[in-house]
Structure formats: C-alpha cells, structure tokens
Design a protein around this ligand. Structure first.
Ligand code: NAP
Length: 266
C-alpha cells in the first residue's frame, strides 16, 4: 500500500514547505505547539522561542523530533532585543537560516479600560505588539532569500469585545503592522500575513464546564462551536505555503463566522 505522499505527491509539492526552517514564538504549548506540529507534518524544521517554561519546551521538542524533523528550543523574552538577537544568531548556526516566522506568543489581561492598571496595559501591548516588532525585525534582517511572516492576532483585532481593553487595541495594531511589513518587505521577497482566531479550545477537552460564559458565547456563533488549535494551524500552513504565493498584507479571520454576525445569531 503506497503512503499518502507517494500517492498524492502534489500535496507536499504544492505546499513547498518541506525542508524549510520555521521560528515559532511561544511555540511550546497551546496554539503555538499545534502550529509547530502541523508545520512539522509538512517536513518543516522547527525552532521554538520560549520565555521560561523549559519543561514544556523540552516535551515539545521531543514530540517534534518524533515527527522526523530537526527541532530545538531557545530561551528569550521576545520583548528584549539583545536576548532575541542572541537566540536567532544561534538558531541560524544550528538549524540554518529562518525562512518562516510565526509570531504566536501573546498575552491578555481580561479587563475593561477603567479597570486596567498601567502595568497590565504595558504587559499586553509589550507581549503582543512590541514582541512582534522586535522578533520580526531581527529575523527579517537575516532573511537573505525571502520568506514568510505570519502574525497571530485575534477576532478582537477586528471588532470590540467586553473586557478586551488592552488586548483588542494591541491586536488591532498587529493588523496595521502586518500591512506595513508587507509593504516594506515585498521588494525583499518576503510575504507577511496574519491569522485572527476566534475562540480556540482543544476538541477533546471539557472547557465548557470551566468557562460557561465563553461556552454561551460560542453557542451563538454561526458554526456553534469553538475552533480547534489544528484548524488555526492549518490556516497558518496555507498562508505559509506556495499555495498562498500571491497573498500578502492580509489577515484571515478564522472564527466560525463570529465577527460578521455574532450579535445577530440566536
Ligand atoms: N486561544 C484562543 O482562544 C485565542 C484566540 C484568539 C487569539 N489567540 C492568540 O493566539 C496566540 C496563542 O494563544 P494561546 O491561547 O495558545 O496562548 P497561551 O497558551 O497563553 O501562550 C502564549 C505564549 O506566549 C508566550 N509569551 C508571552 N509573553 C512572552 C514574551 N514576552 N516572550 C516570549 N514568550 C512570551 C507564553 O510564554 P510563557 O508561558 O513563558 O508566559 C506562552 O507560551 C496568542 O497570540 C493569542 O493572543 C488565541
């Protein structure tokens, strides 16, 4: 019995991802790990940039190597340029040049504007916006033969939600930053796109018991369920692949239809 890729070689050829090296921020757990594993399934070598959680990073690297690709993790706070520079220089030595960057790491504060402390505001803006700026500029300086950058924003970037006082504005800024990067770096052969997920939870978890308020909101989505990390990861792979070679400066909203109709659906 022939393997899937032997029977359908165009599946891998179309993606054009095999053998590339990707850097994923915050890629040791959650959505970032699903993105790393899905890219690895297309033959992409993976560098994870993690802040402090060495244990989950080690487990993630074991999983990725088990998929047959090269993988490693590097510790850095993505908002501190010196740490990011050192990590990227080392990744270039160990895994070769980075051709794909996924800015996945982020932070949230769950508060309305009048309750937000300055510390919360700065932490959320720092992690989402400044981190994306610092990591991307350091990676792009070293992308000698073009590449792709994918920024993870969120549905909150495109419409306002209660308690998203800092998160919404920080994610909305990523939309404009994505367009600015796309414009400035198109001559370098670099495409820059973004993915804006709606609520994402693992399909096999009982998150509805832990988060009844979110479950009630999700029930009002046109598709009436949360997205899975794998669904977001496949969208990232599409945008990173040669199937999306004429797309740059665009955000793909992956939210079960929420931003266009949330409040109209019963
Ligand atoms: N899950 C959802 O429903 C959803 C919906 C819309 C958008 N998103 C976006 O998707 C992305 C991933 O979501 P998630 O739920 O998987 O997130 P998560 O579990 O909260 O993970 C976020 C990651 O970012 C890392 N991080 C935060 N600040 C950092 C810094 N300064 N330097 C390096 N790493 C840093 C965290 O590392 P530490 O563990 O060390 O803090 C963590 O690994 C985020 O950008 C999020 O805003 C998620």
């Amino acid at each position: 019995m022939l393997g899937l890729t032997a029977r359908y070689p165009q599946a891998l050829i179309m993606h054009g991802l095999s053998g590339k090296t990707a850097l994923i921020t915050g890629g040791s757990k959650g959505l970032g790990l699903a993105i790393a594993q899905t890219l690895a399934s297309y033959g992409v070598n993976i560098a994870l940039l993690v802040r402090s959680d060495r244990e989950s990073a080690e487990q993630a690297v074991d999983l990725l190597r088990g998929q047959g690709v090269k993988a490693g993790f590097w510790l850095a706070d993505m908002t501190v340029r010196a740490e990011v520079t050192a990590a990227i220089q080392d990744i270039n030595q160990v895994l070769g040049g980075i051709q794909l960057l996924v800015n996945n790491a982020g932070a949230n504060a769950h508060a309305p504007l009048l309750s937000l402390t300055d510390e919360q505001w700065q932490r959320v803006v720092n992690a989402n916006l400044n981190g994306t700026f610092v990591v991307t500029t350091e990676v792009v300086k070293r992308m000698s033969r073009g590449g792709v950058v994918i920024n993870i924003a969120g549905a909150s970037a495109h419409r306002c939600y209660p308690n998203a006082g800092a998160y919404g504005p920080a994610k909305a800024a990523i939309v404009n930053l994505t367009q600015q990067m796309a414009l400035e770096w198109a001559p370098l052969g670099i495409r820059v796109c973004g993915v804006s997920p709606g609520p994402v939870r693992p399909a096999d978890s009982d998150w509805q018991q832990q988060e009844p308020e979110l479950a009630a909101e999700v029930a009002r989505l046109p598709l009436k369920r949360a997205g899975t990390p794998e669904e977001i990861a496949q969208t990232v792979c599409f945008l990173a692949s040669s199937a999306a070679s004429y797309i740059t400066g665009q955000m793909l909203v992956v939210d079960g239809g929420g931003i266009s109709s949330w409040y109209m659906t019963q």
